[in-house]
Design a protein around this ligand. Sequence first.
Ligand SMILES: Nc1nc2c(c(=O)[nH]1)N[C@H]1C(S)=C(S)[C@@H](COP(=O)(O)OP(=O)(O)OC[C@H]3O[C@@H](n4cnc5c(=O)[nH]c(N)nc54)[C@H](O)[C@@H]3O)O[C@H]1N2
Ligand SMILES: Nc1nc2c(c(=O)[nH]1)N[C@H]1C(S)=C(S)[C@@H](COP(=O)(O)OP(=O)(O)OC[C@H]3O[C@@H](n4cnc5c(=O)[nH]c(N)nc54)[C@H](O)[C@@H]3O)O[C@H]1N2
Ligand SMILES: [Mo]
Length: 748
Amino acid sequence: MSEKKSIELYVKPAGGWDALRSSWQALREQQVVMKGAGTLLRANQPHGFDCPGCAWPDRNPHSTFEFCENGVKAVANEATSKRVTRGFFEQHTVAWLDEQDDRFLEAQGRLTEPVAYDATSDRYRPIGWSEAFATIARALNALASPDEAIFYTSGRTSNEAAFLYQLFVREYGTNNLPDCSNMCHEASGVALTEQLGSGKGSVTLADFEHAQAIFIFGQNPGTNHPRMLGELRTAAKRGCRIVAFNPLRERGLERFANPQSPTEMLAGGSTQLASEYYQPRIGGDLAVATALCKVVIESGAVDRDFIASHTHGHDDFVRSVLATSWDALERESGLSRADLEHAARTYIDSDATIVCWGMGITQHPRSVATIQMLANLLLLRGNIGKPGAGPCPVRGHSNVQGDRTMGIYEQPSPAFLDRLGAVFDFAPPRAHGYDTVAAIEAMFERRAKVFFAMGGNFAAATPDTARTHEALRRCELTVHVSTKLNRSHLVHGRDALILPCLGRTEIDLQAAGPQAVTVEDSMSMVHLSSGMNPPASDRLMSEPAIVAHLAAATLPGSRTPWPWLVEDYDRIRDRIAKVIDGFADFNARVRTDGGFHLHHPGRERVFPTSSGKAGFYPHALDERDERSDVLQLMTVRSHDQYNTTVYGLDDRYRGVHGLRRVVFISRADLERLGLRDGEHVDIGTVWHDGSHRVVRDFRLVEYDIPAGCLAAYFPETNPLVPLDHHAERARTPASKSIPVRLHRSAPA
Ligand SMILES: Nc1nc2c(c(=O)[nH]1)N[C@H]1C(S)=C(S)[C@@H](COP(=O)(O)OP(=O)(O)OC[C@H]3O[C@@H](n4cnc5c(=O)[nH]c(N)nc54)[C@H](O)[C@@H]3O)O[C@H]1N2
Ligand SMILES: Nc1nc2c(c(=O)[nH]1)N[C@H]1C(S)=C(S)[C@@H](COP(=O)(O)OP(=O)(O)OC[C@H]3O[C@@H](n4cnc5c(=O)[nH]c(N)nc54)[C@H](O)[C@@H]3O)O[C@H]1N2
Ligand SMILES: [Mo]
């Protein structure tokens, strides 16, 4: 985490000694070395806490300890000994704080007591918990309709907190429950639910032991799911083919030295991961997947029995694929026919294939079509419902999948609402609520007036920064339940509150004793998480307790025993068992070692779609924007950030040190545009509606990326994405397909 600014090619494998060094540095910077070692030994252990880093599942039975460099950073930053005190808020106006960068805000440490915004002094001032709840209750009960309030959720919230939260919101009277999924894997849910009858992935970790090929599209596990590299390494060592599709050459997909393998570390060895690495153009994956389908169909390598007994739509699909010309497939994918045929061969030669994907697939206008084409590819060869095969959308936040399971969703099904209403004796609202994009529009147009966030950093994570900030400022009240100071606290409504909560690593003490919560990982395993550090301050509340107090203050007529439920979280889990499918006997099953797996019907080749079968869905290709000076920009994460949380200024595997305002560009484009590596440019958008957005002063970095493609970090580039630029049907902001032009920056 040097402050030296430099760009140099990283030639070492991912992981290795650099990962260990960086982990210890993170602990040292947060001054948690002594506490840290003990804290980390309990990450992802049967009696420990679920690592807040990512949603990749844990190995069971557990190895000695399961943590990774970026897990360490996430834990160290939560277990930090730094604190935001009363004095800090006395010293700084909100206007001053808003001039500081995101890294400064994060570096101030944990929030310690509830505070309310005081407009006269432009400062946050301490407020008692009960006064805070009364303030929110007053604002909510003064609205003309419950639909004028919005309740956002980020994906770290536990199952127990999420379940209570959606119950409170629905008893209050609205389905306005946008969440970070709306910006993340929404397209996966929309695509797979229609096609397979379940929006989740079907594979488990055990499938990684049986796969003969693993195809990885648009995902950077070396940074975002480092524990996945361990699975890929084991698979590669036993001869499983790993095929990567990514416009960027990502170090973490190429080579890995496992910091938990003494032999590999001491011998200085490493393992090659991707056996084939293809660099399609940005947004080219629909064409890639279509091309693979075409080769499979033309070579007759399809699973006829599976197709006949378990699918519908096959003939129309085949006609549409065969009608697509190789010219179009090569042009739209950016790959040669020879490369595409080679990858298809690998797919055909494997009898059990997993397809993984991440944000490089979901954050495009055609993301739903692309995911359905990937699933078509799996269906052609019966690659679902057998060991070592299936779709694997790799989720981001550690409990983002569980939050959805618990009912954090703006479009709840009538069946879910029926059960919720029956168990809690109320009439849930039936109209669908706002997703993230609709929520911003509603606040901007003053149709929504109160914004409440359970975690996250809405002001920084969302697109169209200027418009989103204005939308938040137009609110009467904004409330954030948070662990750390962030941008969303500074871009606030007329009134504003920050409610500080416990983190995953901390002891959650309620009337019945210390409580554990539960989470669901990316492969549908549900397990316990209990913290063991003392809370960062004695004025923090747990998320479930915050919801219960807020509900009791807002809904005097509620028949739900709010305070009683949070005395002992087993009581919440008993209610979850009554409402949510798959949670029968929840308390007992979650206490077995490693938790339990939520049934995925596709594993038995059961597809609860409208036809009762899995569907083939044809999708035509896009026409490319042929204007020669227009480039496609994707916005990605650096190695030293967690979404909007910026830990440091390095992106080690991409060789960037000490700076974030960079844009990765090919040598061909540099030459063609008459620009030089190291020069500074402004990035301006070229939207068809004529609107113009620009971010300034980014350093050009020559990189191994296809011509016509650019990459830069989010959230710095979020001002470029208009609200209405989102995925068809899923409405995921298309923050990886931004058409731009570059202009040399004016000298400072
Ligand atoms: N340390 C750390 N861990 C994290 C996070 C974090 O910020 N930091 N965030 C968490 C969250 S919420 C999520 S959702 C996940 C995100 O994890 P990822 O899905 O890996 O997210 P990104 O960094 O956005 O990287 C997307 C990858 O897709 C590639 N890509 C972009 N466009 C395309 C395309 O059109 N086609 C193809 N084939 N590839 C493309 C990019 O080059 C990049 O390698 O990680 C989670 N884990
Ligand atoms: N341009 C662009 N935009 C993107 C993306 C992209 O790839 N490109 N990715 C999108 C994706 S995939 C996602 S998931 C979203 C992320 O959107 P969010 O989930 O809204 O954002 P985060 O940055 O993860 O939220 C960080 C904040 O969460 C709070 N926090 C941390 N732990 C806890 C906790 O235990 N409890 C509570 N209550 N609060 C906590 C801290 O205050 C911290 O500042 O961003 C999206 N935005
Ligand atoms: Mo995400």
